[in-house]
Design a protein around this ligand. Structure first.
Ligand code: TMP
Ligand code: ZN
Length: 404
């Protein structure tokens, strides 16, 4: 029996993937020791939070080499610029406004705020990415965000008009400490917004590879509304985002003087129609996941049987769950091409597929390519027009296996 990380009620298991290495545990040599944990997702019927049952100690996930950099994809760069524009528009008429971004990474959003001369601060505990943000003229505090850091910020800079975070709230197990910090830092009429992969998209597409050690929470309108209330905040708007395979941006406000957009009730009504507020809504998820894995393995085996070669595209964090659960290794996928220098010539966690440079892929022209970075599908299909014109085919797998 495990207990909810939000409200301590007992939780129900949705799916168990068994022993799983950490998603970013790329190894230098096959045979090297790998940390394995039990990857299980559970659901709380009391506060509706979907969450990891067992989490991994931070020192096992993040080592000196952890270099996730959000600026590697062109599509995401455009998305973050749009986020900055929205904030700038909302701040119109508020003199001397102050924007705080939690987990600002290398600054793809805040650099646009900085360029407008708006007071801002990125809170980023990963030293190496924080240094890159500073190179982008972003002001950074290299700390974890909580009540103590919030008080320090207030003392130095005053309270914030906007507190935001992209793909960071879902990573933080002690999310209550973040919300306690927000209560201290946020102005009475300020707003919080954060965006993360959306539970309803994950369930509808069976995109189970979003589930890995670093994603502790799988948010929905149902669960965010409950979590916000615990911290005297109200969920006032929800806007769907076409990034990371379907994300949701949640807007929260403090105290009185807010209006709740009708979209909130609409999204929550859709979540309830899928029964995401009860165990029944998750009952078929496991079967769908197993069907996709079976179908994908079968497709790859058939291609190999006919004598064609398959490579992977994008050694993503999320592909660790897919490859290990579906048992896809180097016998099926020769290598995975990736444009992140640090990953090249390493091996994927658990299944040990070698990682090669993007140039290798371009020179190679393999017959089939498993699109592991499926969340960047549009951008990659556009970039790889020549590969497809020469007869190359991409394999995708959510919500079903497709060759295009
Ligand atoms: P992400 O989905 O977690 O952002 O990770 C994307 C990974 O895929 C990252 O290692 C970079 C790689 N990638 C490529 O190799 N080529 C591309 O065109 C894109 C968009 C990503
Ligand atoms: Zn709960």
């Amino acid at each position: 029996m495990s207990h909810c990380k939000i409200c301590t009620s007992p939780t129900n298991d949705i799916i168990t993937f068994g022993g799983m290495p950490v998603a970013n545990g790329f190894i230098n040599v096959v045979g090297q020791d790998e940390f394995v944990f039990d990857l299980t997702v559970s659901f709380c019927t009391h506060c509706f939070m979907v969450q990891l049952k067992e989490t991994v100690p931070p020192e096992k996930m993040f080592n000196d080499h952890y270099h996730f950099m959000s600026s590697t994809s062109q599509g995401m760069a455009v998305h973050f610029e749009g986020n900055a524009k929205e904030i700038i528009d909302r701040l119109a008429g508020r003199p001397d406004s102050f924007v705080v971004e939690l987990g600002c990474n290398d600054g793809p959003m805040l650099k646009h705020i900085a360029a407008k001369g708006i007071r801002h601060l990125g809170v980023e505990p990963s030293g190496n990415v924080a240094d890159l943000a500073q190179k982008n003229n972003v002001r950074v505090l290299k700390e974890f965000f909580n009540q103590k850091t919030a008080a320090q910020i207030v003392q130095k800079d005053g309270q914030a008009d906007v507190i935001c975070g992209s793909n960071v709230f879902c990573h933080i197990e002690d999310i209550h400490s973040v919300f306690t910090g927000i209560s201290v830092l946020l102005k009475e009429d300020g707003y919080v917004y954060f965006e993360d992969p959306y539970l309803m998209d994950i369930v509808e597409q069976s995109s189970f590879d979003q589930i890995y050690d670093e994603h502790v929470f799988y948010y929905s309108g149902l669960s965010v509304r409950e979590l916000a209330k615990r911290h005297q905040l109200e969920l006032v708007d929800m806007v769907h985002q076409d990034v990371h395979g379907g994300s949701m941006r949640y807007y929260l406000k403090k105290g009185a003087g807010y209006t709740v957009h009708p979209r909130v009730e609409e999204f929550i009504a859709r979540e309830k129609s899928l029964k995401l507020d009860q165990p029944a809504g998750y009952a078929s998820f496991k079967d769908h996941v197993n069907q996709i894995c079976h179908q994908l393995r079968h497709t790859l085996e058939e291609i190999k049987h006919k004598g064609s070669r398959i490579v992977g595209y994008g050694a993503t964090s999320k592909s660790t769950t897919l490859l290990n659960y579906a048992k896809i290794g180097p016998a099926l996928v020769d290598y995975i091409s990736d444009n992140t220098p640090y990953k090249i010539n390493k091996f994927t966690p658990g299944m040990h597929i070698p990682i090669r440079s993007y140039e290798t892929f371009l020179e190679d022209q393999p017959a089939y390519t498993l699109l592991l970075a499926w969340n960047h599908r549009r951008e990659i299909l556009e970039k790889e027009k020549e590969y497809r014109r020469k007869g190359g085919k991409f394999i995708t797998f959510f919500p079903a296996v497709t060759i295009e």
